[in-house]
Ligand binder design. Sequence first.
Ligand code: AMZ
Length: 234
Amino acid sequence: MKNFVIPSIDLLDGQIVRLFKGNYGEKTVYNVEISAILSKYQSFERLHIVDLNGAKGDGISNIEIIKEIRAKFDGKIQIGGGIRNLKIAKSVLELGVNSIVLGTVAITNFELTKEILAKLGAEKVILAIDCNLENGKYFPKANGWLESGKLDLFETLKQYEAIASEVLITDISVDGTMQGANLELYRQIKSRFPQLKLQASGGVSCVEDLENLKKIVDFAIVGKALYEGIIEDL
Ligand code: AMZ
């Protein structure tokens, strides 16, 4: 499980937080030292870091914590939030992280995203297509999940199926709720895009969720359930 589960560390204004359904107004602040969290997560293969200031469009602003995490965590790190052009993408990789996560750009600017994939290599770029169900279709959300993309999730993934390697899909309606993962959504994605490595995010609440997800996807991102010790001993 430790190479399947990717613990998430979400940063906002220099603090470790968790948002409820991505809503910046509904945050839980975890007053713990980074080193304490990292010693808990050290045995995992990979970490997912989100700069929530960056994701809102305010520029990456938690660099010092990100550097600290990079220095102290031995495994792989993927980082997202505020990576909106090639220059920022390169500068984030220069921090020594293994891959970058593109959300807003992947949803709003297909050409730029394809250029970044081609220039940096698909193995270094994860596309985050985080979405909500609206009128029977999943629509991707950009800019801190406050704006909708024009194409639905499946049309968006079609843009990248020939060039991307790995995608992260959050069901926003269950993110930070521990209500259970949306297995049906991930089944649909895997059956239509079997060649894409798939990271599932949102709603994981127990080991059974992880066992079910493991039959469908390649990785599961877990935030709250790990922070709060609801899932332990993987
Ligand atoms: O919780 C939110 N409102 C939120 C969030 N967790 N909004 C964006 N993000 C994450 C995405 C992805 O990892 O899951 O931020 C990253 C994308 O940032 P950007 O700046 O590329 O859209």
